[in-house]
Design a protein around this ligand. Structure first.
Ligand code: SF4
Length: 78
């Protein structure tokens, strides 16, 4: 499984929630003024989360990044 890091740029996120709609098991709207990244146990990792992703999880994360209207999400491999 590829190791990936998903990051949110808090200054760019406008809480449009496209990402939450696409992948609610990774993106969550909490108390902050930007979206947060969560793990499988719904524990928040703030604006950067590194994990071993399945192919499907990687695909969803990349699709969510492409869906973000402000390009606030980045997905890095390795
Ligand atoms: S889609 Fe982009 S702007 Fe909308 S909540 Fe997600 S990161 Fe923020």
């Amino acid at each position: 499984m590829p190791r990936i890091t998903v990051k949110i740029d808090p200054s760019a996120c406008i809480l449009a929630a496209n990402c939450v709609g696409m992948e609610p098991q990774l993106f969550q709207i909490g108390e902050a003024s930007h979206v947060e990244l969560i793990d499988a146990n719904c524990v928040s990792h703030g604006t950067a989360y590194t994990f071993e992703a399945t192919g499907a999880e990687l695909e969803l994360a990349e699709e969510a990044a492409e869906s973000c209207p402000t390009r606030a999400i980045t997905v890095e491999r390795g």
